[in-house]
Design a protein around this ligand. Structure first.
Ligand code: A3P
Length: 314
């Protein structure tokens, strides 16, 4: 899209012509329907900036996810794996997670790196450059898809994603709608990056490509050593058994949630989100505990229908 002053008007009218809704859970945040997904206007503009300004390198690493499915954990893991690889004696002094929240270490492409709220200088990124994104696969620029850069996608089952999102968004916006109403919104796809089922399905369909790795929060919880090794190998890092154990511990919810940097209510991301809000229970199965049997049936049927024939089951 044109970015000259005339282009500004084009952009404004382009956005105002998109179907619109209010995401009630997030205090009626406006979402626009673009290329099959509900996104905030600022995210659409940033996605367009990424497309026009980002020159991906084949050595880049992109951590992709739907919000609330383990993004923070994946950022911690990638940071620690890469630092062990470049510095095998990696100890507490070189452990950046001691003093930084994972979101400070790996910025979002469409938030901190490009767009009107960008706060990072891409030229300052060390190599390999590691970014994250909540953009759906179909919205990622072709330049990224053709660059051969490595993409790791983390997913989580729909019920737990909804519950995590409910708590996070509630804390952030002090929402006034009921749990049931928020659930209805989620099932109708009204959430930033939604519909959830389509976001996951798009990356799942790409999982056979050699530069794409699809991991689930559940498998990481169940057998962290095995799946951290998978991630390390995918990143081209050869770590010993001891190092894998160390990475698992350093990045665990138990450890990270107790660090001052992640407990300090004053520490916030550029978006204003408190670092502390990224850590809650960190367990699998909260959805089953909090949703009624009818709600569970609805959400399971929804994903079953959408994912039918794809082999995807979460
Ligand atoms: P819960 O709300 O279920 O506790 P995201 O990072 O995409 O925002 O996802 C947040 C979810 O991941 C939260 O889940 C949070 O507790 C959990 N989480 C954050 N850091 C984690 C870690 N190091 N290990 C496991 N889970 C983690």
């Amino acid at each position: 899209m044109d970015t000259n002053p005339q282009g500004f008007h084009e952009e404004t009218s382009f956005l105002s012509n998109l179907p619109k809704t209010e995401w009630k859970l997030a205090a009626n945040t406006t979402l626009l329907h673009w290329k099959g997904f509900w996104l905030m206007p600022v995210t659409i503009k940033s996605a367009i900036s990424v497309e026009s300004q980002f020159n991906p390198l084949s050595s880049d690493i992109l951590l992709a996810s739907f919000p609330k499915t383990g993004t923070t954990w994946l950022k911690a893991l990638a940071t620690t794996i890469l630092s062990h690889d470049s510095n095998p004696k990696s100890d507490s002094q070189t452990d950046q997670l001691q003093t930084h929240n994972p979101h400070e270490l790996i910025p979002f492409l469409e938030m901190e790196t490009f767009g009107e709220n960008a706060s990072r200088d891409i030229n300052q990124y060390p190599s390999p450059r590691v970014f994250s994104t909540h953009l759906p696969y179909s919205i990622l620029p072709e330049s990224i898809k053709n660059s051969g850069c490595r993409i790791i996608y983390i997913s989580l089952n729909p019920a737990d994603t909804f519950v995590s999102s409910w708590h996070f968004t509630n804390k952030r916006f002090g929402t006034k709608i009921s749990f049931e109403e928020a659930f209805d919104e989620f099932c109708n796809g009204i959430i930033v990056g939604g519909p959830f089922v389509d976001h996951v399905l798009e990356y799942w369909r790409e999982r056979e490509k050699e530069n794409i790795l699809f991991v689930t929060y559940e498998e990481l919880k169940e057998d962290p050593n095995k799946h951290v090794r998978r991630i390390a190998e995918f990143l081209g890092c050869s770590l010993s058994g001891d190092e894998i154990e160390q990475v698992v511990w350093k990045c665990s919810h138990e450890r990270l949630s107790k660090l001052d940097v992640n407990k300090d209510e004053e520490r916030v991301q550029t978006s204003g989100i408190k670092f502390s809000s990224y850590f809650r229970t960190g367990v699998v199965g909260d959805g089953k505990k909090l949703l009624s049997p009818e709600m569970m049936e609805r959400i399971e049927n929804l994903s079953k229908q959408r994912w039918e024939g794809s082999g995807l089951e979460l």
